[in-house]
Design a protein around this ligand. Structure first.
Ligand SMILES: *Cc1c(COP(=O)(O)O)cnc(C)c1O
Length: 538
């Protein structure tokens, strides 16, 4: 649905898209024969601005088209019973792998791909019909021999419906057709958060009529009633995966009652090192240098990146942070489970941190329809006003801001409500730049954390504590806030006061992440455990 390839090409919203972008970059670097299908979003995703009065506003600039080359194919899908001719673009920049982007040919159908995650359920289904049905038809029109279809998130499930419709996977009954298709499909689920696991009423599926020839009863067999894209993905695939070890476990529990579901394994996410790791970090650590030289260069590289960040923040916000002072970074989508405001909830403890010279840099956008998320952004903007010089909010979090902050801050803070963060990848970017993580043991962090060595955990991982309901969430929030202040005061700040100790932690953070949390490793895992596990094409 989205690809984060470059800040100047905003057809992505956040983590999911940047992961797909990094996937395509590594596939190109490693020369894996994988082709990407996406949509061309005419106005991309929201660009956030904060007015002087502190109002958070969304803007929608046009996506540039100069990196696109039109492909000569005729394609058509059906939406609401009406034929929608499509055109296909091939992306000519940013990656060496192949990515096709689809959009309706005619102006009056363009509402479908106007805005990423814009509109309501009907828009979403129309988008998914273009992506899934249009995507499969494009590959066939191009004569591509496909061994495995990777439905990377439930958004792609219409591809499965189209494949079932086609003769190639034909058969007398629906179960027979599904049995023929499954060896050729892999499915990745990306979040345990309910809002991220889309469901649609069968009546709406019928209304959006994609002319694929399924009865309601057949759709129900595939995705349930209401139709769950995740359930459908699990039933149409031979193998499925979550995006970190812990998320694999969470997903297995979450979907255990789905009969006929693919087994769910885990492939932990990774980030594209050439994109996200500063070249100065790699240069500092080349093996032929003496350790003392490496240490000095690593520290100096970090200081240089930190000064660049401080200067850029001053330009953008007018706030001058102190480059000598300790800086905590927190930037992510403003979703409530990520608890951006956790650290702001205890004034006395916060004042103590500020007295010790601690500064906090925030950035984050809310989904255009997420009112809770928007309130959270307003709260962060207000905190910045309330604590000038100590808290700053950088508007319009995007790949550029992400790169700036994951290089320039001293530690990367992550405090989601466990186990709702499926993986998280910003912490991997930070780790690779020698910015250690201070994080709840959620997502990827249980795999990367060696407490006090590669970074720090906030509290422990007791599955009995994992909070899903509201009442429990409040208690967990209170406890986690206390644990967060404890680890900052008693462990992180004392370590920062000892340069040799700190540089050792920076080194350990880089060594831990360099390969294990790189997208090249992730792609090797997908090839070995997910793509190759499928039977060859019939
Ligand atoms: C890396 C990145 C993300 C994803 O990070 P999370 O840790 O999953 O929140 C989101 N947005 C931007 C701009 C990023 O660079």
């Amino acid at each position: 649905m989205e690809y984060g390839l470059d800040p100047s090409f905003p057809i992505y919203a956040g983590g999911l898209g940047i992961l797909a972008g990094d996937h395509m970059k590594s596939v190109g670097d490693l020369r894996i024969p994988l082709t990407g299908i996406g949509l061309f979003w005419d106005e991309g995703y929201t660009k956030q601005t904060i007015s002087r009065a502190g109002q958070v506003e969304d803007g929608y600039p046009k996506t540039p088209r100069d990196a696109l080359r039109r492909i000569d194919v005729r394609l058509e899908v059906t939406v609401r019973g009406k034929k929608v001719p499509l055109r296909a673009w091939k992306l000519e920049r940013y990656i060496t792998s192949t990515l096709y982007l689809l959009e309706p040919e005619h102006e009056d159908d363009r509402w479908i791909t106007q805005r990423l995650y814009g509109g309501g359920d009907e828009d979403r289904l129309a988008q998914e019909i273009v992506l899934g049905v249009g995507g499969v038809r494009l590959l066939h029109a191009l004569g591509e021999a496909v061994d495995v279809y990777h439905f990377n998130e439930g958004h792609a499930v219409f591809a499965g419906l189209e494949l079932l419709r086609q003769h190639r996977y034909g058969g007398a009954t629906l179960p027979e057709r599904v049995a023929k298709l499954r060896p050729h499909v892999a499915f990745t689920t990306h979040t345990p958060v309910p809002a991220g696991n889309e469901v649609h009423e069968l009546a709406l599926m019928r209304k959006m009529d994609a002319d694929l020839g399924f009865t309601d009863a057949e759709l129900e067999v595939i995705g349930g009633d209401p139709f769950s894209m995740t359930v459908a993905g699990l039933r149409l695939a031979r193998i499925a995966n979550g995006v970190a070890e812990l998320h694999g476990e969470t997903a297995r529990t979450m979907w255990k009652d789905v009969d006929g579901a693919a087994p769910i394994i885990a492939v932990t996410n990774g980030v594209h090192a050439p994109t996200w790791q500063d070249a100065r970090i790699r240069a500092a650590l080349v093996p032929d240098k003496a350790k003392a030289t490496q240490d000095a260069e690593l520290w100096n590289a970090h200081q240089a990146m930190k000064r660049e960040m401080v200067a850029e923040i001053a330009t953008r916000t007018g706030v001058h942070l102190k480059a000598e002072g300790f800086v905590i970074g927190f930037a992510r989508r403003a979703a409530s489970y990520k608890r951006a405001d956790l650290i702001l909830g205890d004034d006395a403890a916060l004042a103590k941190l500020f007295d010790a010279g601690v500064q906090i840099v925030y950035s984050g956008k809310a989904h255009p329809r997420d009112t809770e998320g928007k309130k959270l952004v307003v709260k962060l903007v207000e905190a910045a006003k309330q604590h000038p010089g100590h808290v700053v909010f950088v508007e319009s979090y995007d790949m550029r801001v992400g790169a700036l902050l994951t290089r320039g801050v001293d530690v990367w803070l992550n405090n989601p409500r466990r186990p709702l963060e499926a993986s998280g990848t910003s912490g991997m970017k930070a780790a690779m730049n020698g910015v250690p993580n201070v994080s709840i043991l959620d997502g990827w962090w249980p795999e990367g954390c060696e407490h006090g060595v590669t970074g720090w955990k906030i509290g422990d991982a007791d599955p009995a504590d994992d909070a899903f309901d509201e009442a429990d969430a409040k208690r967990v929030d209170l406890r986690d806030r206390q644990l967060l202040f404890d680890v900052l005061e008693n462990e992180v700040l004392p370590a920062y006061a000892d340069r040799a100790k700190w540089v050792a932690i920076m080194r350990a953070s880089i060594a831990m992440s360099q390969w294990r949390f790189a997208s090249d490793r992730m792609i090797e895992d997908y090839v070995a455990k997910v793509y190759s596990a499928s039977a060859p094409a019939t």
